[in-house]
Design a protein around this ligand. Structure first.
Ligand SMILES: C[S@@+](CC[C@H](N)C(=O)[O-])C[C@H]1O[C@@H](n2cnc3c(N)ncnc32)[C@H](O)[C@@H]1O
Ligand code: SF4
Length: 319
């Protein structure tokens, strides 16, 4: 069903859905007592449990990324992290009625598949020991996977650990866009994992895309969409690019250093970029200039923009 009104209603910047509460909702005023009370209310509800585990490591950083992550290639770093997660689980489980079924489990990131197979098994064992995992066919156990860092063996292992849903990050299939966002990911990587996931019988498969990235045009994104639809995922998440350099500065480089324009100027670009218009109401104004991308310094955190655009030189000359 294509519901234009619904699309417009949710075409806005907002935290992504997987972690709850979302990153923007965390604040210092939440006390230990607030947590205990919240867990008590949860027990009183008698509803089944949903657990979210954040694995904040990535081998390489994508320039657009607004996830809570740490760049490292050292998988040993995950060991103390898992130990601390376990401590957290023990503390939480003390206040939680763990006789309730764990109906949903979600590993997000960062990149959960940064963990090696043993570490994944270890984490599942600890979750099982603290909360008792379910083997019901109705369970929803999902994991976010970066197709550049997983193979068919990873999928088999994940299935044996109890995962039955997977989500693969794709973002865009254009090589030009992939270069600008520091994420080279040939389509075949995604395709191979999808084939294997279908073969293994994973219950649900999602692909993540982002619109609003540098060098994307309506035409190029339509091409990505066409290819992705050919791959036939059960679900697509199409995110509106959230530009948050103040929160997530990727180590001194901007994913698209651009020329700044006064707010009023972006309106000139509207006819060729009508898709971006909706996004312009909610993010900030940049015009990306081919040739000026990558490895430029981030703009000052104080600079405020009012919309984001991608424009070709031809479009710029119309301004
Ligand atoms: C934790 S990542 C997915 C797993 C894995 N790390 C990967 O990249 O394949 C979550 C998803 O959030 C989306 N995302 C990240 N930063 C974003 C941003 N600034 N704006 C919109 N979506 C973003 C991407 O679609 C990404 O696939
Ligand atoms: S999009 Fe995924 S792989 Fe890229 S930096 Fe963010 S969490 Fe890491």
């Amino acid at each position: 069903m294509w519901d234009e009104a619904l699309l417009r209603r949710y075409d806005t910047s907002g935290p992504r859905y997987t972690s709850y509460p979302t990153a923007l909702s965390f604040h210092d005023q939440f006390t230990p007592d607030d947590l205990t009370q919240a867990l008590k209310r949860s027990n009183a509800s008698k509803r089944s449990l949903s657990l979210y585990v954040h694995v904040p490591f990535c081998r390489k950083i994508c320039y657009y990324c607004a996830c809570n992550k740490i760049a490292t290639k050292n998988t040993a770093l995950a060991e103390p992290y898992i130990a601390r997660l376990d401590r957290e689980m023990v503390l939480t489980a003390r206040h939680l009625d763990t006789s309730r079924t764990v109906e949903q489990l979600h590993w997000g990131g960062g990149t959960p598949t940064f963990l090696n197979l043993n570490q994944m098994g270890d984490l599942i064992d600890r979750l099982d020991a603290r909360f008792g995992l379910s083997s019901s066919v109705d369970r929803d156990y999902a994991i976010e996977i970066d197709p550049r860092e997983a193979d068919v063996f990873t999928l088999r292992h994940l299935q044996s650990l109890g995962f039955n849903r997977i989500s693969l990050g794709v973002q865009d299939l254009s090589p030009l866009v992939q270069k600008a966002i520091n994420r080279i990911q040939p389509r075949v990587l995604t395709e191979t994992l999808m084939d294997e996931a279908h073969r293994l019988g994973f219950r649900s498969l999602n692909l993540d895309l982002i619109y609003g990235l540098p060098f994307q045009t309506e035409k190029s994104f339509a091409n990505t969409l066409r290819q992705v639809i050919e791959l036939n995922p059960a679900r697509l998440s199409v995110f509106n690019y959230a530009h948050m350099p103040e929160r997530f500065a990727p180590s001194g480089v901007s994913m698209s250093m651009t020329c700044r324009v006064a707010k009023r100027n972006w309106r000139f670009c509207v006819p060729p970029l009508k898709c971006s218009l909706r996004q312009a109401t909610c993010i900030s104004v940049w015009i990306t200039l081919p040739g000026l991308t990558i490895a430029s310094p981030l703009p000052s955190a104080k600079v405020r923009y009012s919309a984001i655009f991608k424009a070709t030189p031809a479009m710029l000359s119309a301004i």
